[in-house]
Design a protein. Structure first.
Length: 385
């Protein structure tokens, strides 16, 4: 009884121990601590949708880039095809509205379409073979070839480039000539002065000298002499003066220097002017015209004008010499065939000048006439050479 009572006294402790052991086992089975017994229930889990990402298909490799074909030369222009008058059409063309004709560029007789396209079989007026009626097959044609039955296009002829002027031939020579100076018409015999002119022309240098003296009654009014000098170089362009000097009687001399390299002329007064190529002075102009006539005779057709830049008293001006035609000149040595040129006065104080150039190899004029604006004229004619 004591044992039963002892067990009955220990029974609550044993029961509590069993309950505690059972709770521990349940906690282990739930995989959590005892807090799961006392925590509120977890909310219901929301459904989760998972979409699998499918891998994208691999991109195709880029196509191999072939090198561009070499540029073909542009086919030569072809003549515009035209139907031959005797050729009959192979087939009746369909009624199609006529398209405007392509723009054409005409370079001369027989010029072709510059920007045309080959004729295809789909165009009106062509047969199944792809050729136009009465025309050559489409495609490049050899240079200079014309389509069968094609008529050349008419247009302005191509202007050829100007041919280079022949050089002026200057033959080395020297000598002197003498002139009689008449007042008025030489036929009247009024000799008022004599004039002597010498020339020395080398391979690359030249020198001209002229000296006139009054004679007879006129010497009482015109004392002294008129002296002119021209010095310069010789080239394929003829004479190129570098120094010109002039003195009338007792007056102070007048002179001018020409710097061809700088293209400038300096007068004795200090004035500077532009010197164009080919400029001549009062003494060298007639010789230059004679050399031009011998080397370039085509320039001296009657009615033509020869332009020469010339020195004035204080300026440079372009002077036009008009070719009047052939005219004989009577000299002490007989009649000389000559070409007459005339230069009108460029101002009220500038005289008109006529010069007669021999048609032979002479480089000095056979006659020269100077007419003042007042009408007074001095005419010098070749006396001897």
């Amino acid at each position: 009884m004591r044992a039963l009572a002892r067990w009955a006294g220990r029974a609550p402790a044993v029961i509590a121990l069993l309950l505690l052991s059972l709770a521990a086992h349940l906690a282990v089975l739930r995989g959590a601590s005892l807090s799961g017994w006392f925590s509120p229930p977890a909310p219901a889990a929301l459904p989760v949708t998972v979409s699998l990402i499918e891998p994208a298909a691999p991109a195709p490799p880029p196509p191999a880039v072939e090198p561009p074909p070499p540029a073909r030369p542009k086919p030569p222009p072809r003549a515009k095809p035209r139907p031959a008058p005797h050729a009959a059409p192979k087939s009746v063309p369909r009624p199609v509205a006529e398209a405007p004709a392509p723009t054409q560029r005409v370079d001369g007789p027989g010029a072709s379409i510059a920007e045309g396209e080959p004729v295809s079989a789909d165009e009106p007026g062509s047969d199944a073979a792809g050729t136009a009626q009465g025309a050559a097959p489409a495609g490049p044609m050899p240079a200079g070839a014309a389509a069968p039955g094609a008529e050349p296009l008419t247009g302005e002829p191509a202007i050829p480039p100007p041919s280079p002027e022949p050089p002026i031939v200057v033959t080395p020579q020297s000598g002197s000539v003498r002139y009689r100076v008449h007042y008025g018409d030489p036929a009247d015999g009024n000799v008022v002065a004599t004039l002597e002119q010498s020339f020395a022309i080398g391979a690359d240098r030249y020198q001209l000298h002229s000296e006139g003296r009054a004679q007879g009654l006129i010497a009482w009014f015109y004392r002294g002499t008129l002296v002119q000098d021209s010095v310069g170089t010789v080239s394929a362009a003829g004479l190129a003066p570098s120094i010109y000097r002039e003195q009338r009687g007792d007056r102070a001399p007048r002179w001018a220097t020409i710097d061809a390299a700088r293209g400038e002329v300096v007068f004795g007064s200090g004035l500077r002017r532009e010197a164009p190529p080919g400029v001549q002075d009062r003494l060298s102009a007639a010789v230059q015209l004679a050399l031009l006539r011998q080397s370039r005779p085509a320039l001296f057709e009657p009615g033509a004008t020869i332009h020469l830049p010339m020195l004035g008293s204080s300026n440079v001006e372009s002077v036009g010499w008009r070719v009047l035609g052939e005219e004989p000149v009577t000299t002490d040595a007989g009649v000389v065939r000559a070409m007459r040129l005339s230069r009108a006065g460029t101002s009220e104080d500038d005289p008109a000048i006529d010069v007669w150039l021999a048609l032979d190899a002479r480089i000095v004029p056979v006659r020269m006439r100077i007419t003042e604006p007042s009408g007074r004229a001095l005419d010098q004619v070749l006396a001897s050479q």
